[in-house]
Design a protein around this ligand. Structure first.
Ligand SMILES: Nc1ncnc2c1ncn2[C@@H]1O[C@H](COP(=O)(O)OP(=O)(O)OP(=O)(O)O)[C@@H](O)[C@H]1O
Length: 466
C-alpha cells in the first residue's frame, strides 16, 4: 500500500509541478482504504477543502488507474495537533497578522513559533503560484501606467528601499495591477531566489485568516507571514468593512515594515479614498509610494494589442487592431478578451482575420461600445460642466477658462464619435485639424498629470456614454 501511495503521489507531483505540490499536497497522508474509498488525511479543514476542490478529481483518477477496488477518494482532517502539522510542512501559509500584541507572544510560545517557522528549504513554498505570463517583458508601458511601472521596477530591483515601502498601486478594474505585482514577484525572485515572496488577494488573506482562527492556528499563520521578505496583497478594497481582518493585516504590515520587509498593495482606490478602511491603516498605506494606473489611452490600447498579437504569432491586420483600440476602451481585460475571441475564431475555422470577420465575431462587444453621441451633445455637456457659454465652443476666445473646456470637448469628440479630425475642427468654429490634434494630446497628457482633471473628464465621458 505504501508503494502504491508513493506512486500516486509521485504522479501527482509530476502533474502539478514541484512548487504547487509542496505548497498544497505535501502534507497529505493515506489513512487507508475503506470499502471503495481511499481515505486521505490533511492537517486542517482549510487544506482538506482546498485539496478536495482543486485536486480531488485528479486524485480519484489516479487511484482508479492504480487500484481496481477504489472508486472514490475521501478527504478528512487528521487528528494531528496543529503544532505538529505546522512543523510537517508549510501549507497553512496564511498571511496572518492580527496581533502578536493581542495574542501575547509569551516566551515559550515564541520559541515554538520560531521552530515552526519555515526552514530555508521550505521557504519557496510561500510563493503562491504566479501567472507565468504576467512578467515585465509582457507588460506594455505607456503614459497611463509608466509611473506605476517604474515604481514596480524599482521595488523589484531594490526591495524595501526608503520611500518605496509600502508600494501602493491603484487604478480601475483590469488595468494591470495584478500583472504588475506578479511581474515584480517574478523579478525579485529572479534576482535573488532565496527571497520569499508571498502574493495573495485580500480575499484569500481573509479566508486564510479565518481558517487559521477556526483551526486555532493563528500563531502559525502570523509567524509564517512574518517570515516572508516581500508581502503582496491584491485588491485591498475587499477588506472594506472587514474590521477584524483589517486589524490582523495592520499588525502584519507593521511587523514586516519594522523588519525592513517590502509590502506591495493594490486597490481600486487611493489610500485616502478607501472609506471603510481604518484610518490608521490608510495612513500607513499611504506613507510609502502611491502610484496610480490611469485609464488607457488609444495609443496604449493599440500597443497592447500589437504586442499580444505578436506574442500569439497571429497576423491581425492593423485596421482590425485600430478598430478594437478605438471601440473597446473600458479596460485591458476586455480588449484582450476581444482579441482572444478573434484569434480563437480564426483558428477554429482556419480563416484569416479581417475587418469583416472582426465585426461579425465581435458584434455584441462592438455594439455595446458604439458611440452614438453627437458633437453637439458633447459641447453642451462640457459647457454646462465648466459653466461657460455654448457659443464659446466655437468662439475665438483663448482665455484658459474657455480654451481648456473646449479642448476637453474636442478630446471627447475624438474619443466618442467617428468624426475625423478636420470635421471635428470645423464644428469647433472652423478650427484646423492640427488644433484638434493638439487638444487631444494635451488633454491626454493632463489626465496623466492631474488626477482631479482626469476624474472630471472621465465623469463627463461616463455621462455622455450613458
Ligand atoms: N500594460 C499592459 N500590458 C499588457 N497586458 C496588460 C497591461 N495591462 C493589463 N494587461 C492585461 O490585462 C488583463 C487584466 O490585468 P490585471 O488582472 O492585472 O488587472 P487588475 O488591474 O489587477 O484588475 P482587477 O481590478 O480586476 O484586479 C491581464 O491579462 C493583463 O495581462
Amino acid at each position: 500500500m505504501a508503494a502504491l501511495w508513493a506512486r500516486i503521489r509521485g504522479r501527482l507531483r509530476e502533474d502539478v509541478g514541484e512548487v504547487e505540490y509542496r505548497t498544497w499536497l505535501r502534507q497529505m497522508t493515506l489513512s487507508g482504504i475503506e470499502g471503495e474509498d481511499a481515505v486521505i488525511l490533511l492537517p486542517t479543514r482549510f487544506l482538506r477543502d482546498w485539496v478536495n476542490s482543486h485536486y480531488g478529481d485528479r486524485l480519484r483518477a489516479l487511484w482508479q488507474a492504480e487500484h481496481a477496488g477504489v472508486r472514490r477518494v475521501e478527504f478528512r482532517v487528521s487528528a494531528a495537533p496543529p503544532a505538529e502539522a505546522a512543523l510537517a510542512g508549510a501549507e497553512e501559509q496564511q498571511p496572518a497578522a492580527i496581533g502578536a500584541e493581542r495574542v501575547g507572544l509569551a516566551e515559550p510560545l515564541a520559541a515554538r513559533a520560531a521552530e515552526a517557522r519555515p526552514t530555508p528549504e521550505s521557504r519557496s513554498d510561500w510563493v503562491v503560484p504566479l501567472e507565468a505570463r504576467f512578467t515585465f517583458d509582457t507588460f506594455v508601458v505607456g503614459k497611463p501606467n509608466e509611473f506605476a511601472h517604474a515604481c514596480a521596477r524599482r521595488v523589484s530591483e531594490k526591495p524595501a528601499s526608503p520611500g518605496f515601502n509600502p508600494l501602493f498601486l491603484y487604478g480601475g478594474v483590469g488595468l494591470g495591477k495584478t500583472h504588475l505585482m506578479h511581474a515584480t514577484a517574478w523579478a525579485i525572485r529572479a534576482h535573488d531566489p532565496a527571497r520569499t515572496v508571498a502574493y495573495m488577494s485580500a480575499e484569500k488573506f481573509m479566508y486564510r485568516f479565518i481558517a487559521a482562527l477556526r483551526s486555532q492556528n493563528t500563531m502559525e499563520f502570523k509567524e509564517t507571514l512574518r517570515a516572508v521578505d516581500v508581502l503582496m496583497i491584491d485588491d485591498l478594497q475587499f477588506l472594506i468593512g472587514k474590521d477584524n481582518t483589517q486589524e490582523e493585516f495592520f499588525h502584519t504590515f507593521n511587523a514586516l515594515v519594522d523588519q525592513g520587509k517590502q509590502i506591495i498593495v493594490s486597490s481600486d482606490k487611493s489610500p485616502s479614498d478607501l472609506a471603510g478602511i481604518e484610518d490608521r491603516l490608510r495612513t500607513r498605506l499611504g506613507c510609502g509610494m502611491v502610484a496610480d494606473i490611469h485609464a488607457t489611452t488609444y495609443e496604449l490600447r493599440l500597443s497592447i494589442l500589437q504586442a499580444k498579437a505578436a506574442a500569439a504569432q497571429v497576423a491581425v491586420p492593423p485596421k482590425v487592431l485600430e478598430l478594437l483600440a478605438n471601440k473597446i476602451t473600458a479596460n485591458v481585460r476586455e480588449l484582450e478578451g476581444a482579441l482572444n475571441r478573434l484569434v480563437a475564431h480564426a483558428n477554429l475555422f482556419g480563416r484569416p482575420i479581417t475587418i469583416d470577420s472582426a465585426h461579425e465575431v465581435l458584434h455584441d462587444v462592438l455594439r455595446a461600445h458604439e458611440k452614438r453621441v453627437s458633437i453637439e451633445e458633447i459641447q453642451k455637456k462640457v459647457a454646462e460642466h465648466y459653466n461657460i457659454r455654448l457659443t464659446d465652443m466655437s468662439s475665438a476666445r483663448r482665455a484658459r477658462n474657455v480654451a481648456r473646456p473646449r479642448q476637453v470637448a474636442m478630446y471627447l469628440a475624438k474619443q466618442l464619435t467617428q468624426r475625423s479630425l478636420p470635421e471635428i475642427g470645423r464644428r469647433f468654429g472652423n478650427r484646423d485639424h492640427t488644433t484638434v490634434m493638439h487638444a487631444v494630446s494635451r488633454v491626454a497628457e493632463l489626465m496623466v498629470a492631474d488626477a482631479g482633471f482626469a476624474e472630471d473628464v472621465t465623469l463627463l465621458r461616463k455621462m455622455l456614454e450613458t
